[in-house]
Design a protein around this ligand. Structure first.
Ligand SMILES: NC(=O)c1ccc[n+]([C@@H]2O[C@H](COP(=O)([O-])OP(=O)(O)OC[C@H]3O[C@@H](n4cnc5c(N)ncnc54)[C@H](OP(=O)(O)O)[C@@H]3O)[C@@H](O)[C@H]2O)c1
Length: 250
């Protein structure tokens, strides 16, 4: 079937595109570079002609509170309108485990707005809630940097490899819409303090990582288990140490 991947050139998008092409689908990797801009609407109608599924794995170029809200609201509205006109039967979007509990963060307010538009639209949908990507750990450290110290919340998480996220999103695109949320996570639970520390160490970054009860996650005050998916989540198979070894080898 024809599947359009919005953000198909991004970290997760490129993996979703490769996985769906391998399964024999007709896949369009859509992004501003390929002439599809979901903010302006440019190229959307053409890209969606004949598509059965649209997968949205795009992200805002700016994480400024107002810009990210404007991005997810406008982009999602434009996609859903174009999908309705094109007769698309399934909208799949990637979001983050715990999103609904992090409305005190500008980024997560924008992801909540994205989800509200999707659930309120007439297009059947699946929202994939994924945990933090292993590839995101250095950025996560930078988000919490305080001089030579990195202050992360005292929270647990189940991070996962971008490859496993890509597989999960591709599986959702091939399956019927669930009209709800499916959760995916990694095979192991870590504290943010431990794994961010190990990720920095592996890069020769000697900043010290500490769990600070006052630290916020992307601006949100979170609890110990906010970032953990429910027991029903599908777990990826890539363990952190194996991922580090493979990436070093690559
Ligand atoms: N970071 C995490 O740990 C985490 C965890 C769970 C879920 N997520 C979610 O995963 C999603 C994807 O993240 P990612 O890291 O793969 O993103 P990414 O690598 O930054 O890629 C973003 C993609 O969006 C495209 N894009 C930007 N503006 C666009 C526009 N106006 N129209 C169409 N496409 C546009 C980009 O195209 P260009 O390359 O042409 O700019 C790129 O292909 C995000 O929605 C995020 O919320 C993240």
């Amino acid at each position: 079937m024809k599947i359009v991947v919005i953000g198909g050139t991004g970290l997760i998008g490129s993996k979703v595109v490769a996985r769906l092409e391998k399964s024999g689908h007709e896949v369009v990797a859509a992004s501003p570079d390929s002439g599809v801009n979901t903010l302006t609407g440019e190229g959307l109608a053409d890209a969606l002609r004949g598509a059965a599924v649209v997968v949205d794995v795009s992200n805002s170029p700016s994480f400024d509170d107002a810009a990210v809200l404007e991005f997810f609201e406008t982009s999602t509205r434009n996609q859903l309108d174009a999908e309705e006109k094109a007769g698309v039967g399934h909208h799949v979007a990637l979001s983050v485990v715990g999103t609904q509990q992090m409305g005190d963060s500008g980024y997560f307010r924008a992801k909540i707005a994205q989800e509200v538009l999707i659930t309120g639209s007439s297009i059947p949908f699946t929202i994939v809630h994924a945990t933090q990507f292993f590839e995101f750990l250095p950025a996560l450290a930078d988000m919490h940097a305080d001089g030579d110290t990195v202050r992360v919340p005292a929270a647990l998480f189940r991070p996962m490899a971008a490859d496993d996220v890509g597989d999960a999103v591709a599986r959702a695109a091939e399956a019927p819409p669930v009209n709800g949320i499916v959760e995916v996570g990694g095979p192991e639970v870590f504290s943010l303090e431990e794994l961010v520390g190990r990720a920095l160490e592996a890069r020769g970054d000697d900043r010290k990582v500490i769990a600070d009860p006052n630290a916020r996650y992307s601006g949100s005050r979170i609890g110990e288990r906010t970032l953990l998916p429910d027991d029903a989540a599908t777990l990826g198979t890539t363990r952190y140490d194996d991922w580090v070894r493979t990436n070093r080898a690559g």
